[in-house]
Design a protein around this ligand. Sequence first.
Ligand code: GTB
Length: 217
Amino acid sequence: MTIVITAFERSPDGGKGLARDTRVRWALEEVGLPYEVRLVSFEAKKEQPHLGLHPFGLIPTYEEGDLVLFESGAIVLHIAENHLGLLPEDPGARARAITWMFAALSTVEPPILEIVIVRFAEGDKPWSEERLELVKDRIRDRLAQLSDRLGDAEWLDGEFSAGDLMMVSVLLRSRPSGLLDEFPNLAAYAARGEARPAYRRAFAAQLAINAPDRVSD
Ligand code: GTB
């Protein structure tokens, strides 16, 4: 059955792996599943038929026969639960890997996303510079806690899992601000994720779509 995901026709980051289809592509590559990509424009995302797939008019979505999913976390979990390679067999280790997925999405990602809001939605406000510093400090607090937990370990809990895939994806969003590099063990952890062949294939596929010399279909 063909798997189809959606991605930006033109990613705001120029295809540098920061949009959320990257984590879905990465998961599919890790488990060795082929997939197709339907590109959507910013305008088309907010209209039918895309709204029928994603109630909030965002990317990514995931179609597999009659099954339609949205939310990158739910999509990666679905892939990980149904294919070998992203979740351990042991029930306890499996539950912990899923816990790290949730931690990435609901505890680490929200403060990191605030930077985008301050820069792009509130950048013209007289208080935005001051708020940016507060937001950065909140991110530092979270990254410091994560850095302490990771220590010298290669991955968060034993073997690489969907928890690491999600955490690395989230951490990469903090790199442009310079915050990730303030924590060398987290920067090295993210680099280990990026070095995985599956990540590299996912990144290359997204970049190819956004390459400046790409001829539009
Ligand atoms: N919780 C949802 C999920 O995890 O799937 C969030 C989905 C989401 O916000 N998708 C974004 C979107 O569709 C794409 S990734 N945004 C369009 C809109 O809001 O209309 C967001 C994104 C945009 C730009 C960069 N960048 O330039 O670095 C990175 C990520």
